[in-house]
Design a protein around this ligand. Structure first.
Ligand SMILES: *[C@@H]1O[C@H](CO)[C@@H](O)[C@H](O)[C@H]1NC(C)=O
Ligand SMILES: *[C@@H]1O[C@H](CO)[C@@H](O)[C@H](O)[C@H]1NC(C)=O
Ligand SMILES: *[C@@H]1O[C@H](CO)[C@@H](O)[C@H](O)[C@H]1NC(C)=O
Length: 280
């Protein structure tokens, strides 16, 4: 039987739709890897199809999740869509945190600081090693992070820590342990996400407060992947230095979108910036 061009067209559309549907559901249930551990049910929920974790914040509570596994080196990728409109005072997070004592904890932070309508979110990053932080770098983004999901990644290997936004590296902290600079390498960490209120400091230094009449504020997370592998196991990311293209991309992102860098804050470090700042 010969098909008319209209029928062929209909078939093609169907095939394309099917492929699109398969891709959309290509990842497993997000709660296979993550569990809501703060505000569960009331403020933190998983969609019925298991694809999306929604965190909400109102006057009564924020909410959060954590990974079921802990990691000693991993690459994690997570897609996040932030609360739109006036999100002043809110903080949406995605971070690694070690399990042991707080005084000696390791932490790798991504915190999205909300803003008033039309003003940009700030992506605040920091790293704590053995209880000591003070490695803040902040960025604006080159897109509206509330309009759609974007992929945020943390790569933590024995070589370096990398933060990527939609695949573009924005920050690298190399392992200079051989030169006496502490590096997170001895404690397992768990991944956490949360939406909470920090109106006393988050937005424009705390001057802009949360407008609670707009609550609940909602952030959504989907497509969580954690890649773990050992050196030489074909894990790709594990032994990889940044190539020239990645370095160029990072230079662009930092040159254009970085709004604070502890390494350049001479008022804070009058006797010279910390050693990792000038190690190649
Ligand atoms: C972590 O800090 C403590 C002091 O609080 C120190 O005794 C310990 O050696 C440090 N651990 C590492 C692995 O650097
Ligand atoms: C909020 O908007 C102001 C003005 O555009 C900007 O300076 C600031 O970095 C933004 N982010 C935060 C968290 O205040
Ligand atoms: C889900 O995440 C993986 C790992 O980052 C990525 O390769 C894939 O493209 C993502 N899927 C979609 C539909 O965005």
């Amino acid at each position: 039987m010969a098909l008319s061009s209209k029928q062929v067209h209909a078939c093609v559309v169907l095939v394309v739709l099917c492929i699109a549907a398969r891709t959309a559901a290509a990842w497993g249930r997000i709660d296979d890897g993550l569990e809501v551990n703060w505000g569960r049910g009331s403020h933190g929920t998983v969609s019925a199809d298991g694809q999306v974790v929604s965190l909400s914040l109102d006057r009564n509570s924020g909410s959060g999740f954590r990974s079921k596994d802990t990691y000693l080196y991993a690459r994690i990728d997570l897609q996040i869509k932030l609360a739109p409109g006036n999100s002043a005072g809110t903080v949406t997070t995605c971070y690694f945190l070690s399990e042991g004592s707080w005084a000696n904890h390791d932490e790798i932070d991504l915190e999205f600081l909300g803003n008033s309508t039309g003003e940009p979110y700030t992506l605040h990053t920091n790293v704590y090693i053995n209880g000591t932080g003070s490695k803040e770098q902040q960025f604006h983004l080159w897109f509206d992070p509330t309009a759609d999901f974007h992929t945020y990644s943390i790569v933590w290997t024995p070589l370096h820590l990398l933060v990527l936004v939609d695949g573009t590296p924005i920050r690298e902290l190399k392992n200079h342990a051989d030169r006496g600079v502490a590096y997170p390498s001895w404690q397992r960490m768990r991944l956490y996400g949360s939406l909470w209120n920090a109106e006393d400091w988050a937005t424009q230094g705390g001057r802009v407060k949360t407008d609670w009449s707009l609550a609940p504020f909602v952030a959504q997370y989907r497509n969580f992947t954690a890649t773990t592998s050992s050196p030489g196991a074909g894990g790709g990311y594990y032994d990889q230095e940044m190539d020239a293209t990645a370095q160029q991309a990072m230079k662009w992102a930092r040159g254009t979108y970085m709004v604070y860098n502890y390494c350049a804050d001479s008022a804070r470090f009058p006797y010279g910036s910390p050693p990792e700042c000038y190690m190649p």
